[in-house]
Ligand binder design. Structure first.
Ligand code: ADP
Length: 523
């Protein structure tokens, strides 16, 4: 009996500790939310210093020991990978949801009751977002898409660059957009590659209708400009391959050696003939091209590029409609890419680059960024990645919700209202969720140095009066404002995912009643 009581005590203690760990992590990055975020100075073990207000970057650097804190940090990382935004918000919200659960744990309420109420509140919140709060965007109207994108990311970057960044991001994301069997796919990482070349003006940056590679042709006599080329992509060697395992060859006569060389030559000739038979203008391989093969190819007016990266080859394939072939004797007419308008080697800055451009309907692209220095280009790329993630979120689900804590305050007011109709003990944790969600507008006010209680009460009153869904906090002044006028919006995918992940993480941590360390006891 006694032992059981001791076990229960242990469970409660673990839950309270987890709550504390979650709150601590959230407190670290609380001041990093919104446009008036404070910077953190991070020192890495090598003594390097980074200054940033990016919640995810900070969490990646800090060292934590508590498993609950680690799992909260992991949540932020997966949020970043999934939707590319909302990392600070998800941690702050999860921390608050844990904090409001602590009185229930102290009062020995069973975690199952709390968890049930949290799940119910999550369901109601998601329904309210999709049914009442979200506003659709017309994806066929390019100007509407651009201004929505600017409302999502505009405040995060320099005004001068924001319009161009949004245009580039939208163009790139629309290029790699694929819809098959009703599922939409936008793989930015794989198919929209950013190439930074120092020099030139920021305004020279653009999305190529095709792909650019840092490569030159293998032989100087090959053509460096071809209009409408027929392209063959390979991932095999165009040189004599040695045996798979270690091979020893013993020659009895001196003619034998000549014969071996002859065989090698014949092999190269045969694979080149396989290629030449298809009359390509350009061949690109991921492996090597021997001198002899270059000779045969150049003689037939074929240009060759060698040792191209697998990822680059995949992008070329999607840009010009080719299929990568593994053996030269298996090349078919359908594998040949004919969608490219122009192949050209050009000098940009100090180096030669291959351009495979003017493609008919490219499904992959290169984004060429120009700027005065490497540091500027790094910052520009970070902004562009943010804009591309936002564009992806908007195209995958073209609906926006108001930012600046407006959505959260609306949800809080609605959940508080709904809580009144819930009977029994689960009413209290449900109400607690409504309260916890206010943490986003509250933190935005705090980070501006505003009067939290007064402003939050005014905002709550605005929403309670009805028909003021878009009212939130102006992140620069810390006062209440209509987000329609301030122009701060967020994609519905980010908002729903943030709330869902935060509630699910809090639930996961509340469900733990024992932490078992994996260290072996000494025998
Ligand atoms: P996260 O990593 O969560 O995206 P951010 O620091 O980007 O963190 O802050 C995002 C939050 O700040 C969102 O709730 C967004 O609506 C709000 N926000 C961004 N810009 C403004 C602004 N100018 N005014 C008010 N709120 C803003």
């Amino acid at each position: 009996m006694n032992q059981q009581a001791a076990k229960k005590e242990e469970g409660r203690k673990v839950q309270l500790e987890n709550i504390q760990a979650g709150k601590t992590v959230a407190d670290v990055i609380r001041t990093c939310l919104g446009p008036r975020a404070m910077l953190k100075m991070l020192m890495d073990p090598m003594g390097g210093i980074v200054m940033t207000s990016d919640g995810n970057a900070i969490l990646r650097e800090i060292m934590v020991h508590h498993p609950a804190a680690k799992s909260l940090i992991e949540t932020a990382r997966s949020q970043d990978e999934e939707v590319g935004d909302g990392t600070t918000s998800v941690v702050i919200l999860a921390g608050e949801l844990l904090a409001v659960a602590s009185p229930f744990m102290e009062q020995k309420e069973h975690p199952v009751v709390v968890i049930g109420a949290y799940l119910r509140a999550l369901d109601d919140a998601l329904t309210a977002i999709t049914e009442d709060i979200a506003q659709p965007i017309d994806t066929s109207d390019k100007e509407a898409l651009l201004s929505s994108l600017q409302a999502v990311v505009g405040t995060k970057m320099l005004r001068k660059w924001s319009r161009l960044a949004c245009e580039i991001a939208l163009d790139a994301v629309q290029t790699v957009f694929m819809e098959e069997h009703g599922t939409k796919e936008i793989d930015i990482k794989r198919y929209a590659k950013v190439e930074k070349i120092p020099g030139g003006e920021l305004e020279d940056s653009k999305v190529l209708r095709g792909v650019m590679l840092n490569k030159d042709v293998t032989h100087s006599s090959m053509r460096r400009r071809i209009e409408k080329p027929r392209i063959i992509l390979l991932d095999c060697n165009l040189e004599y391959t040695k045996g798979e395992s270690k091979t020893d060859v013993e020659f009895m006569k001196d003619q034998d050696f000549t014969r071996v060389l002859q065989l090698e030559e014949e092999y190269i000739k045969r694979i080149c003939d396989d290629i030449i038979a298809h009359k390509p203008d350009l061949i690109i391989t991921e492996k090597g091209v021997s001198d002899l093969a270059q000779h045969y190819l150049a003689k037939h007016n074929i240009t060759a590029l060698r040792r191209v990266r697998k990822s680059d080859n995949n992008r070329i394939a999607r840009a010009c409609g080719a299929t990568i072939v593994n053996r030269t004797d298996e090349i078919k007419e359908t594998d040949i890419g004919t969608g490219c308008g122009l192949f050209e080697i050009r000098k940009v800055g100090d180096e030669y680059f291959t351009f495979i451009e003017e493609c008919d309907s490219p499904k992959a692209c290169t984004i060429l960024l120009r700027g005065a220095s490497k540091d500027i280009l790094m910052e520009v790329e970070r902004n562009l990645q943010d804009a591309m993630h936002a564009a992806r979120n908007i195209l995958l689900d073209p609906r926006l919700v108001p930012g600046g804590g407006a959505t959260e305050m609306e949800l809080s007011v609605r959940l508080s209202e709904l809580a009144k109709s819930i009977e029994g003990v689960s009413q209290w944790p449900y109400k607690a969720v409504a309260k916890a969600i206010e943490v986003i507008p509250r933190t935005l006010i705090q980070n501006c140095g505003g009067n939290t209680i007064r402003t939050l009460t005014a905002l709550r009153a605005k929403h309670a009066a009805g028909n003021n869904v878009t009212w939130g906090i102006d992140g620069d002044t810390g006062e209440i404002a209509d987000m329609k006028e301030v122009g701060v919006w967020e994609p519905i995918r980010v908002k729903s995912q943030t709330i869902k992940t935060a509630v699910e993480t809090a639930i996961m941590l509340l469900r733990i009643d024992k932490i078992v360390s994996g260290i072996k006891r000494p025998v």
